[in-house]
Design a protein around this ligand. Sequence first.
Ligand code: ZN
Ligand code: ZN
Length: 253
Amino acid sequence: MQITSTRGISARLPVAAASVTAAASAIANLWHRLPSQCAVCRAWPASRICERCVARFAFRRHRCLTCAMALPPDIAQCGECLLHPPALDACTAALDYAYPWSDAITAFKFAGDPGWSGTLARLMLRAPRAASLRQHAELVLPVPLSRERLAERGFNQALLLARHLALPGTLHSRLLQRVRHPSAQSRLGRRERLRNLQGAFAVEPRMAHRLAGRDVLLIDDVMTTGATLQAAALALRGAGARSVSAWVLARTA
Ligand SMILES: [Zn+2]
Ligand SMILES: [Zn+2]
């Protein structure tokens, strides 16, 4: 397995380097590992995360069909989705957003280490119904970043994951666009977030015809309230998509 140092990536992405915060650097240092060493338990030789750590930390959970909230096995949908049916036809997540995945995602996203994408994408295949969502998708769309955020980070983490996951000919990275990035999103609840995100996404007008009657699958790294995916799904449905589902790496509890 190849290891790329954070410094090496930053050198190639000078704009991204400026945005690496002290906290992210600290985590990146923590997550520095020797080639063939597990980033979690330091076992050697191992892939980036060893099989024992995957078995220990990547629990397979039963999840709500439409928001991926962890649920007891006999319940199909959570109360919130029953009360307020979401714009997503289906939604699944591979992991809980908790240790060690929260650290791995930070290293992947903020410390400029896209070398994580293959490892994390493989974990996404463990999500409930992942195989059928992937098979069913006619268009696979990574949740886009705003232009400013993309310039700051240097890459879109959702696109890096989607490249590993989309079946041939289904990936479209420019069809869905982020028009603006809302501010102070983290302090808002689910419904306030959605209101804050209205108009945040748009479909590229020259490609909109490709959506008509199609089954779309959104890919993202982390889902919190689901408001971002919800806003993206509304934009895609408004442009004619037949169904919109979402497949995320990790979901907060
Ligand atoms: Zn390990
Ligand atoms: Zn739900």
